[in-house]
Design a protein around this ligand. Structure first.
Ligand code: ADP
Ligand code: MG
Length: 263
């Protein structure tokens, strides 16, 4: 008969070989618990396997959050939903469920600078990842430069394929930079490539009526807008800048008299 000491050593070795590190860490404690609660062998094994699954899932989420390049502090806990119009808050609650990526729907967030577009889409992106999806955040200007470089190196289709692995691509500040023709062409190629295949989430300070500034040509502009809005949710954040509001609040808070400590 194998001695208990040998059993533990062998079990540790097996679990290490099988890369079941959480099971290796938990099995002894859970065995004591299982004995106390008179669990069946299957229940004990299930408890162990569940622990392994939970750790792996958490690790996967952590990896995907890191790979997404989404700023961590822009999450839903730090976003004040009460600041946005009731309609938008309602839309956001539904978007946080993440089903829009199953329907390959796009999200288009419009509004003044500082209205919270970037923060909001980042928060939705982070929730997607927590639900097991993949998302990637990129400023539009950087994305365009990468697309151009890929095109120059005859790697454009490979690059688009790489991006297609993400359920949602967050393109921040479309139209902020004045694209020239070659820039708008690669951007259009990307949007056409993702159309009805995977979601894009776009923030823009420019309403559609000014998108010709981005795509130059009226036909291309119409084609781009048409593809984007076909299956989309539009978030209209026509509210005051958060920074401006915060600055005003701070100013109002200041006492009229000299500040504490001053002479
Ligand atoms: P936009 O992309 O519309 O220009 P941002 O998302 O960059 O605006 O928001 C500007 C700043 O204000 C950021 O620091 C952001 O975190 C903060 N902010 C904006 N809206 C909110 C909100 N509703 N709750 C919390 N912070 C917000
Ligand atoms: Mg922004």
């Amino acid at each position: 008969m194998v001695k208990t000491k040998d059993t533990k050593a062998l079990l540790n070795q097996c679990l290490r070989e099988l890369f079941l590190s959480t099971m290796r860490q938990c099995y002894a404690d859970l065995a004591v618990q299982a004995q106390q609660e008179s669990l069946s062998y299957e229940q004990y094994l299930l408890g162990l396997a569940e622990q392994e699954c939970i750790t792996r899932q958490n690790n996967r989420i952590e990896r995907n959050l890191k790979a997404s390049k989404i700023p961590r502090d822009k999450n839903i806990d730090t976003f004040d939903l009460k600041r946005v119009p009731a309609k938008v808050a309602h839309q956001v609650r539904s978007l946080l469920e993440g089903f829009f990526v199953d329907h390959k729907e796009n999200i288009l967030a419009f509004g003044n600078p500082g209205s919270g577009k970037t923060h909001l889409l980042c928060a939705i992106g982070q929730e997607l990842i927590r639900k097991g999806r993949k998302a990637y955040f990129t400023p539009c200007s950087l994305l365009v430069q990468e697309l151009l470089r890929a095109k120059k190196e005859l790697e454009l289709s490979r690059f688009l394929k790489k991006l297609s692995r993400y359920d949602a691509l967050i393109i921040d500040d479309i139209g902020y930079v004045q694209q020239d023709r070659s820039e708008m062409e690669v951007l259009f190629t990307l949007l056409a490539d993702r159309y009805e295949r995977s979601s894009v989430m776009i923030t823009s300070n420019l309403p559609f009526s000014k998108w010709e500034q981005i795509f130059k040509d009226p036909m291309v502009t119409a084609a781009a807008i048409d593809r984007l809005v076909h299956h989309s949710v539009i978030l209209e954040l026509n509210i005051e800048s958060y920074r401006m509001e915060a600055a005003k609040k701070n100013k109002n808070k200041k006492p009229d008299g000299p500040a504490k400590g001053s002479k």
